[in-house]
Design a protein around this ligand. Structure first.
Ligand code: GLU
Ligand code: MG
Length: 637
């Protein structure tokens, strides 16, 4: 989750004293990069995925599953045996927030050819195998977005008690600091967010009211004044960064051929974020309870919300400069491309001095305000040894602010002195149980970028509508019940292939608005006279591409999964988990997930991930890679 510096971390008070220094030099570093590479045109698309994993341990005798706090050791061995031994090693491993987490990516980025879509799943399998091989007996590597009993007594191995005292990092009633990655960046982030905010973070997730759930559902925390005040009735209360950043996701980063292509993709994909998030929903349970949300987004957002009471608008501004409407982890606030300008309808708080400086340096309004908005934030961690840098050749101060703005999309300038191009990162997706599903979501998003660029598609709607979509996307069963604002005519490039749909829609719909409320099924699969559907567009693109038979077969399988998840023919992971718990013999319809229920759920997830059992309601019948057998390829998707 970003920059890892070594050294002695500074406290919040010390970091704060250097905040202007970090911002000033961060901007100088950005300017150096911008001037050096603003005109660079790379002709090849490159891209890569990131999968985050949890390490779990099964206690079969006592029917318990716990998170294993060995991420640092496992990572060390993976790197030692992998990238440090062989620079061409097929996988790369990185730390993540939880001491029970690791993150894996392909060793080299994928290129622009179609056949590479056929290697994604193999690479993910390799990762799973590589890391699994290092685990102890009864341990497993899981791709689950949120661990259902995270923060419940004894959820870690070894077991640690939470230590809600001032000296600690989280001060949490539930989440012990030992579950945080031991690299000082992570505990410092945790502590400094809390100190900057002036109180513990507050996460309140609505509880799912089942037949026997107490109503109102109230938890009391007499021993903790902050918790007593912050916890809300009918909500699951959480009080630590680990409840958010301790969740896993699936991300994709693209290198565009130029800065303007990157800006175009950034905007277009921003509108897709809530849609794909709802489609990937996989996190219905928190702190041992069934919640009423399906996605982790708002939980992480609250878990790293470092805004003071003044910034949140609860007190008049006195010590702070701005009211800030969102957490550092949230949806984007402005489009970056020229076509996006007229849809920028969210009030943007910016650092005016930085904005003026960027304009003077020849940067256009849209990019200048984007950077000046990111830079309203303070640095959260700073290492004593890393204060004075060479701005022409280093970018740590820029990255410091950039990498702690965790938004749905990230616009990434090249690192200094590298041959990497301008990139955008797509960040909203929840991680799925299997490599097959994760590949399907990744391939879907990458193909979508190909189609956006080839057909010059335009998905833009007012950004405030995208924000409304983000709220809807996290609700329980949003994939089937949610209605999302989406652009009706997406063919501004006037492409003939998709134009037919555009015309059909003009004649049948009279509305003046460029967008309408649509279901995910309509957006993904299309609806006669309303919207062509993203999958039909991808299919027609594929029909016109030269693709080897085997790759085509894999891609069609992936798109079938997405199509069926959108139509409801297949369940999302969130829905499937809900049904699993609802049907568990121990479940008392009281929204409580016991140790034993958690054990059977995670055990089942692990069996599915390792293909030890089928799960047609989640994956369909053909979840195993169906090789071309000489018969007609199925193009019925
Ligand atoms: N785990 C975080 C999430 O679920 C992302 C951390 C990162 O940026 O790598 O969104
Ligand atoms: Mg990560």
């Amino acid at each position: 989750m970003g920059l890892l510096s070594q050294g002695s971390p500074l406290s919040w008070e010390e970091t704060k004293r250097h905040a202007d220094h970090v911002r000033r030099h961060g901007i100088l570093q950005f300017l150096h990069i911008y001037h050096a590479v603003k005109d660079r045109h790379k002709d090849v698309l490159k891209w890569g995925d990131e999968v985050e994993y949890m390490l779990v341990s099964f206690d079969h005798e006592n029917k318990k599953v716990r998170l294993v706090l060995s991420g640092e050791e496992v990572l060390e061995t993976l790197q030692e045996k992998g990238e440090r031994t062989n620079p061409n090693h097929p996988t790369l491993w990185r730390p993540e927030y939880g001491s029970y987490m690791i993150e894996g990516t392909p060793g080299q980025p994928y290129g622009g050819t179609m056949s590479e879509f056929n290697t994604v799943e193999d690479n993910m399998r390799k990762r799973r195998k590589e890391a699994t091989a290092l685990l102890g007996e009864n341990q497993a590597l899981c791709t689950i977005t949120s661990f259902p009993r995270l923060g419940c007594p004894g959820f870690t191995l070894p077991e640690f008690k939470p230590n809600p005292v001032e000296g600690g990092a989280s001060k949490s009633l539930f989440f012990p600091d030992e579950a945080i990655n031991k690299h000082p960046r992570f505990s410092t982030l945790t502590r400094n967010i809390r100190h900057r905010r002036g109180e513990k973070v507050v996460i309140n997730v609505p509880i799912f009211k089942d037949k026997n759930t107490p109503s109102p559902f109230i938890e009391t925390f007499p021993e903790d004044e902050e918790a007593a005040k912050a916890s809300k009735p009918d909500h699951i209360y959480m009080d630590a960064m680990g409840f958010g950043m301790g969740n896993c996701c699936l991300q994709v980063t693209f290198q565009a051929c130029s800065i303007s292509e990157a800006r175009y993709l950034y905007d277009q994909l921003a509108t897709i974020c809530p849609i794909v998030m709802a489609l990937s929903a996989a996190s219905p349970f928190y702190r041992g309870y069934v919640s009423d949300i399906d996605c982790r987004w708002g939980v992480i957002s609250a878990s790293v919300d470092d805004r003071t009471r003044e910034e949140r608008g609860l007190e008049p501004l006195k010590n702070n400069n701005y009211r800030i409407s969102k957490s550092r982890y949230d949806s984007i606030d402005s489009y970056l491309s020229e076509c996006g300008e007229k849809y920028n309808d969210i009030d943007l708080t910016i650092d005016k001095e930085i904005y003026e400086q960027l304009l003077q340096e020849g940067i256009d309004h849209l990019l200048a305000q984007h950077v000046a908005h990111l830079f309203i934030r303070d640095p959260l961690t700073l290492f004593e040894e890393k204060i004075h840098l060479d701005d022409a050749n280093e970018s740590d101060h820029f990255e410091n602010i950039q990498s702690t703005n965790w938004q749905t999309m990230r616009f990434k300038p090249p690192p200094p002195n590298s041959d990497i191009g301008w990139r955008v990162e797509f960040r909203p997706m929840e991680v799925q149980l299997t490599d097959f599903e994760n590949s399907a979501y990744v391939v879907f998003v990458v193909l979508l970028t190909r189609v956006i660029l080839s057909y010059k598609l335009d998905f833009l709607i007012p950004l405030s509508k995208v924000d409304e979509n983000m709220k809807v996307a996290q609700k329980r069963d949003a994939v089937l019940r949610g209605m999302f604002y989406f652009r009706k005519d997406i063919c501004k490039g006037g492409n003939t292939m998709v134009d037919g749909y555009g015309k059909a829609q003009h004649s049948t719909e009279q509305a003046l608005e460029e967008y309408a409320l649509m279901s995910i099924d309509t957006i993904i699969n299309g609806k006669e006279g309303v919207f062509p559907g993203l999958i039909p567009i991808l299919n027609s693109y594929l029909e016109n591409m030269e693709v080897d038979v085997d790759t085509r077969c894999s891609i069609l399988n992936y798109l079938k999964l997405i199509k069926k998840r959108a139509s409801g023919e297949l369940m999302t992971v969130a829905r499937w988990m809900r049904e699993f718990i609802a049907n568990h013999p121990d479940y008392k319809q009281d929204s409580v997930i016991t140790d034993e229920m958690n054990y059977s759920l995670i055990l089942k997830c692990n069996q599915i991930a390792n293909e030890l059992c089928e799960c047609p309601e989640l994956l369909g019948p053909a979840f195993r890679k169906v090789k071309y057998s000489g018969s007609k390829t199925d193009s019925s998707t």
